[in-house]
Design a protein around this ligand. Structure first.
Ligand code: SF4
Length: 232
């Protein structure tokens, strides 16, 4: 495994991208340049996860994308593998929009309910709502609650940081409020850093100093859909 900068010593988290495929084109998307069809092979995912756990004291896995629920079977299989390996915190990060009918919605929410996710983070903010209507995200979240899957959190993205005053953050606060009125709590969210689409569409909101400062200090081992690792 490629070790870089000594930062890997602090790693206790894996972020596994089931796919880089997505139907959105969010202006802050860090995966925009990587998008291509196809999902991680489950055996490849299991090998990569085992390798990461052999080398680092992995406690958490974020199963993400692209949009992981475009491949619900593989997403569920990766979650089960993580549980078998002994990872205690298994988080699904989704935009909640990978369904086109009530039966689709039932299928993916059944999969989530039957899989060992400890939390579901629903990416909802002013950027996502341009491609996934808030009503659709709400229906997804409420369907999970109706199936007694209670650990659903809103997971917004912030330009520079939550307390920076800009139009995007104001609109995202409205999204968080709308879900809050339905009883959903939110995570602290993530600060957008200038990568992928953000470097094209949001650079004007960052000076070079703050652009550096927002980078998430948490170091994770990222497993890509082809099974490769990198650290960030
Ligand atoms: S939903 Fe997520 S993966 Fe898809 S374009 Fe938006 S930020 Fe990127």
């Amino acid at each position: 495994m490629d070790k870089r900068n000594g930062r890997e010593e602090k790693i206790n988290t894996v972020e596994l991208a089931v796919t880089y495929e997505c139907f959105g084109k969010c202006r802050h998307c860090s995966a925009a340049e990587k998008k291509k069809p196809g999902s991680i092979d489950v055996n490849t995912a299991v090998s990569a996860l085992k390798k990461a756990c052999e080398e680092y004291p992995i406690e958490s896995i974020y199963i993400t994308g692209g949009e992981p629920l475009l491949y619900p079977e593989n997403t569920g299989a990766v979650a089960r593998a993580a549980e078998e390996i002994g990872i205690s915190r298994i988080v699904l990060i989704t935009n909640g929009g990978a369904w086109n009918s009530e039966s689709d919605l039932d299928e993916i929410t059944d999969m989530i309910k039957e899989s060992p996710f400890t939390e579901v983070f629903l990416s909802a903010d002013t950027f996502h709502k341009e491609y996934i209507p808030l009503n659709k995200q709400r229906d997804f979240a409420l369907k999970l609650i109706s199936k007694n899957c209670k650990k659903v959190f809103i997971h917004p993205s912030w330009v520079i940081g939550r307390h920076d005053e800009n139009i995007f953050n104001s609109e995202t606060e409205e999204c968080v409020k709308a879900f809050g009125e339905l009883g959903f709590k939110s995570t602290p969210g993530t600060n957008i850093y200038l990568e992928g689409n953000a470097s094209t569409f949001l650079a004007a909101y960052y000076d070079s100093e703050s652009g550096n400062a927002v980078k998430d200090p948490v170091h994770v081992c990222v497993i890509e859909p082809d099974g490769n690792f990198y650290f960030r």
